[in-house]
Design a binder for this molecule. Structure first.
Ligand code: ATP
Length: 326
């Protein structure tokens, strides 16, 4: 099966072709780079309007056959999603192939499960606008824990905007942290949930009070990632799972991956993080989950394909796991 996937929930206008027989994924992405500040929904949508036809054109040119069209249905920025939805519907209609609407957060999870071959992992989604721990139970991916305020990448980006660094801030924090030492920041985990807003205010204050930027960045990483590792470990312990996969753009951070790897090794669990092109927003993960959904007959009529800006992962009945896998 060859699936053309389209992604455009926020900053990445992306199209991909997944060939499930050859097990190849070709991804074509055009990134929105804000001139100043963070992601601006109207500017991001303008970027989508220009870039989606171009990346979809490149994806179509890379293959002579398309059996299914899959698009990111949500969660994400409404104005961006509507452009992606329109492109998906138009393409599926023109090619006369099934249309699949994919939950973007489940795509961040399933690409790790697919590439690792793990059966029923706990998944840490550490992305820009989100942060959750998910575990599979009884036909759905359940949200076991999540941020009580901002997404993890957005929290880091807010701090870097404060110090005058351009978007995205995550890679710059990682680089600066290499030369830093620990300075105290609040650590906020409540049961299985966690919060970043107090840490961000404290980090901004520390910077304004003259703490070296390298030390603030080091401490931000140590604090935030230790919180995510703690909750991931508790999820493994409570569910009895012995596999963890990482998803989302913040998963590109080497320190986060090291911490999770160390935690999993200490408890005899397996850890998998996909390669960076599958961690940040990309249409490859949409095409791969789209193929699984299409194989399960989980396509949608065009008239029922409206986008879902607040689409939660636990709203999705998991149709694509079969047999003992289910
Ligand atoms: P979502 O997938 O929840 O819709 P999103 O669209 O913002 O979120 P992602 O591509 O998953 O996007 O993640 C982007 C985020 O990843 C940005 O906030 C960016 O700062 C962060 N990021 C990228 N590289 C790194 C890194 N090396 N360390 C930490 N954060 C990083």
């Amino acid at each position: 099966m060859r699936v053309l996937g389209i992604e455009g929930t926020a900053w990445a206008a992306s199209a991909a072709v997944y060939d499930s027989t050859a097990e190849t994924v070709s991804i074509f992405t055009d990134e929105y780079q804000p001139e100043s500040g963070g992601i601006h929904p109207r500017e991001a949508a303008e970027h989508m309007r220009e870039a989606i036809p171009e990346v979809v054109g490149r994806a179509r040119d890379s293959t002579d056959e398309i059996d299914v069209v899959a698009f990111s249905r949500g969660p994400g920025l409404g104005p961006c999603l509507r452009i992606v939805g329109t492109a998906g519907r138009a393409l599926a209609g023109t090619l006369d192939v099934p249309l699949v609407g994919v939950n973007h957060m489940l795509a961040h999870l399933e690409i790790g499960r697919h590439r690792s071959g793990f059966d029923a992992p706990v998944c840490l989604n550490a992305s820009g606008a989100n942060a959750h721990i998910l575990g599979y139970h009884n036909g759905r991916y359940r949200v076991l824990g999540e941020t009580m305020d901002t997404g993890v990448g957005n929290a880091i980006d807010k701090f870097t905007r404060h110090v005058g660094w351009s978007h995205p801030g995550g890679p710059k924090v990682e680089a600066a942290a290499a030369d830093g030492e620990y300075a105290d920041l609040p650590y906020v985990v409540k049961g299985m949930d966690f919060s970043f807003s107090g840490i961000m205010s404290a980090a901004k204050e520390a910077y304004d009070d003259g703490v070296a930027i390298e030390d603030v960045c080091f401490s931000l990483q140590e604090t935030i990632f230790a919180m995510l590792a703690e909750v991931s470990e508790r999820a493994l312990s409570l569910t009895g799972a012995d596999e963890l996969v990482l998803g989302g753009g913040v998963g590109q951070n080497g320190r986060l991956r090291d911490m999770l790897e160390t935690m999993c090794a200490a408890r005899g669990a397996s850890f998998y993080a996909p390669e960076p092109r599958f961690l940040r927003d990309n249409a490859g993960m949409i095409a791969v989950l789209g193929a699984k959904m299409a194989a399960a007959g989980d396509d949608i009529p065009i008239e029922e394909s409206r986008v879902r800006p607040n689409f939660r992962p636990d709203e999705v009945p998991v149709t694509w796991r079969t047999g003992s896998d289910r």
